[in-house]
Design a protein around this ligand. Structure first.
Ligand SMILES: O=C1O[C@H](COP(=O)(O)O)[C@@H](O)[C@H](O)[C@H]1O
Length: 224
């Protein structure tokens, strides 16, 4: 079911409330909690709200479902977005687990991140955006690693994605479907008629691998 919100602010308020609840549950049950964020435009107002939320952020680890293989100084860096919009104010004490590393290739960065993501799973909250091509994380149609990344029994949690697909078409680092399915709750944050149509009526795109599975609870939050 797609949950419809009147505007971006209403969607952000619902997403932030669900996130605070999920992090509080993780903290109460295990003494620590995890939030895997996403890049793009969709999560930004949610990050703004969460940066002021009453959470024991010092016991929260924040990661990313994907990043571009660019340094944090780049405007294309998802890590930069999270640092600028989430990890400030009350959320400043949270720990950050990067996907990007200053190494020669996205595959080498993925190798570094892999054990840390495995140790962090299962995740208390996962945010995903979706492109108008149906991609989630950096599992992008046309990519030579998309099929491997969407293999539900694949051995990797983190993969390098060669340049040439996506916007911008830079190399990337992405969580795989087995990693995404480690979320206790996932919020798919989408906006606009095209994305609603893809979720409601499309098939065979990366997002549908998540929509059709029953292992990891998923909410779709949409606004026009
Ligand atoms: O390239 C990316 O795009 C998607 C979707 O972004 P949006 O601006 O349409 O919400 C995003 O989820 C992903 O993290 C990012 O790398």
């Amino acid at each position: 079911m797609i949950e419809t919100f009147a505007d971006e602010a209403a969607l952000a308020a619902a997403a932030a409330a669900a996130t605070v609840e999920a992090l509080a549950a993780g903290l109460a049950a295990r003494g620590h909690a995890s939030l895997i964020g996403t890049g793009g435009r969709s999560p930004t107002p949610v990050y703004d709200l969460l940066s002021g939320a009453d959470v024991n952020w010092g016991r929260v680890t924040v990661g990313l479902s994907d990043d571009r293989f660019v340094p944090i100084t780049s405007p294309d860096s998802n890590e930069r977005l999270v640092c600028e919009r989430l990890l400030r104010g009350r959320a400043a004490p949270a720990s950050f687990l990067p996907l990007y590393a200053n190494v020669p290739s996205p595959e080498a960065a993925a190798d570094i991140a892999e054990p840390h993501l495995r140790a962090l799973a299962p995740f208390d909250m996962l945010f995903l955006g979706m492109g108008e091509d149906g991609h989630v994380a950096s599992l992008i149609p046309g990519s030579p690693v998309m099929t491997a990344g969407l293999d539900p029994v694949g051995e990797r949690y983190v993969i390098g994605v060669p340049a040439g697909v996506g916007s911008p078409p830079v190399a990337r680092i992405s969580l795989t479907l087995p990693a995404l399915l480690q979320a206790r709750i996932t919020l798919l944050l989408i906006r606009g008629a095209v994305k609603r149509q893809i979720v409601a009526h499309g098939s065979g795109l990366p997002v549908h691998a998540l929509l059709k599975q029953a292992k990891a609870p998923l909410r779709v939050l949409w606004t026009p």
